[in-house]
Design a protein around this ligand. Structure first.
Ligand SMILES: NC(=O)c1ccc[n+]([C@@H]2O[C@H](COP(=O)([O-])OP(=O)(O)OC[C@H]3O[C@@H](n4cnc5c(N)ncnc54)[C@H](OP(=O)(O)O)[C@@H]3O)[C@@H](O)[C@H]2O)c1
Length: 326
């Protein structure tokens, strides 16, 4: 076995808690496969776990990372849908910042020839998130007007292209002119620089005072109060993250301002359904393979330098997707 290592957080904290840990990959048990990983996606979720914002599932040494791609190295008994040498990807909470991964085959999907390992590692979590946000949490249809925050981020650039293909009018927000320009190249009809403009006022102008059908809000603390003000009557707020911090002071009666709908979804509840996972991954990878959906991997770091990737993501210095290379 080649030198195997993973990046773990020794305790909740800053990037200084990240450590390299060597280990002996576990031979796959029944129903499992061993993957030799070639690319690992970085997500804001990894920051939430590292800082302790999300409760730790272990006492110490939490291996971070929730999406990766690679090649099947070994298969356990009873696994009949994968063979040694297959190219695969997965998204499950934690354990992905690693050179090797032993994992239940039920959590893994095939990667087609026309999708690179890098794109698969960058998009399995983020692209499947865009899939459920736009199809399952709220079914976006042609003619809908949508507000999507953090439009130049990993999920944001994928969602913009997908929303445009669905025929929606897509309004994005992003921090600074360069990010706004990038979002505009990725499906957004209008991009508001929420660092220098009042996005509530701008959305009102852009919609003639009507508001939007749905707001996708992953920024949380800094945006949710304004997001509710951007909705039309009976509109839907999909709150799916908190990159600026947890939402404070929200009351159920806030929804009475427009008989609003609210949902707070998590990808892993969708991906746990094998039929959903296979259908959604097929759809995602078909769009990528055909060139209809571009995955922008704009930052790449060696796996050993995961701390630098976290620093860049938390400092809002990244755009699109970030990938670690084992
Ligand atoms: N619930 C789910 O199933 C699910 C799944 C995937 C992702 N998510 C969430 O979706 C969001 C996007 O994830 P991602 O991995 O693609 O990250 P990302 O969008 O690439 O990065 C987060 C972005 O949030 C914006 N932001 C606003 N305020 C911030 C602050 N105070 N600190 C840091 N960033 C801030 C920044 O963009 P600007 O500079 O343009 O503001 C930053 O680039 C995250 O909140 C993540 O947790 C949720």
């Amino acid at each position: 076995m080649s030198h195997a290592f993973r990046i773990v957080a020794s305790k909740p904290g800053g990037v200084d808690v990240l450590r390299e840990q060597t280990f002996e990959p576990v031979a796959p048990a029944a129903g499992e496969i061993l993957i030799r990983q070639t690319a690992v996606g970085v997500n804001f979720l990894d920051v939430y776990f590292r800082t302790g914002l999300y409760p730790w599932p272990v006492d110490q040494n939490l291996a971070l990372g929730s999406e990766a791609a690679g090649t099947v190295d070994a298969i356990g008994d009873g696994v009949d849908n994968f063979s040694v040498g297959d190219r695969v990807a997965y998204t499950v909470a934690n354990g992905a910042y690693s050179t090797h991964r032993t994992i239940p085959a039920a959590q893994v999907v095939h990667v087609p020839d026309d999708v690179s390992d890098t794109d698969a590692a960058a998009s399995t979590l983020k692209g499947l998130t865009a899939r459920y946000l736009l199809h399952d949490s709220f079914e976006v249809r042609s003619g809908h007007t949508v507000l999507f925050h953090a439009a130049a981020g990993g999920v944001g650039l994928i969602a913009g292209q997908w929303l445009k293909a669905k025929g929606a009018t897509v309004i994005g927000t992003a921090g600074g002119p360069a990010k706004c320009a990038l979002a505009a190249e990725n499906g957004y009809d209008h991009v508001i620089d929420y660092g220098s403009e009042d996005f509530v006022e701008r959305v009102a102008e852009l919609t003639g005072g009507a508001g939007v059908d749905v707001v996708y809000d992953s920024v949380g603390h800094d945006t949710v109060p304004g997001s509710l003000k951007c909705l039309k009557t009976h509109g839907t707020l999909v709150s799916f993250g908190q990159s600026s911090g947890p939402v404070e002071g929200f009351k159920i009666t806030d929804l009475a301002a427009g008989s609003f709908h609210l949902t707070r979804p998590t990808l892993f509840h969708f991906a746990a359904d094998r039929t959903w996972l296979e259908n959604a991954a097929n759809e995602l990878f078909s769009l990528i393979g055909s060139g209809s959906l571009k995955i922008s991997v704009n930052q790449t770091f060696p796996l050993k330098e995961a701390a630098k990737a976290h620093e860049a993501l938390e400092a809002r210095k990244t755009t699109g997707c970030t990938v670690l290379v084992p």
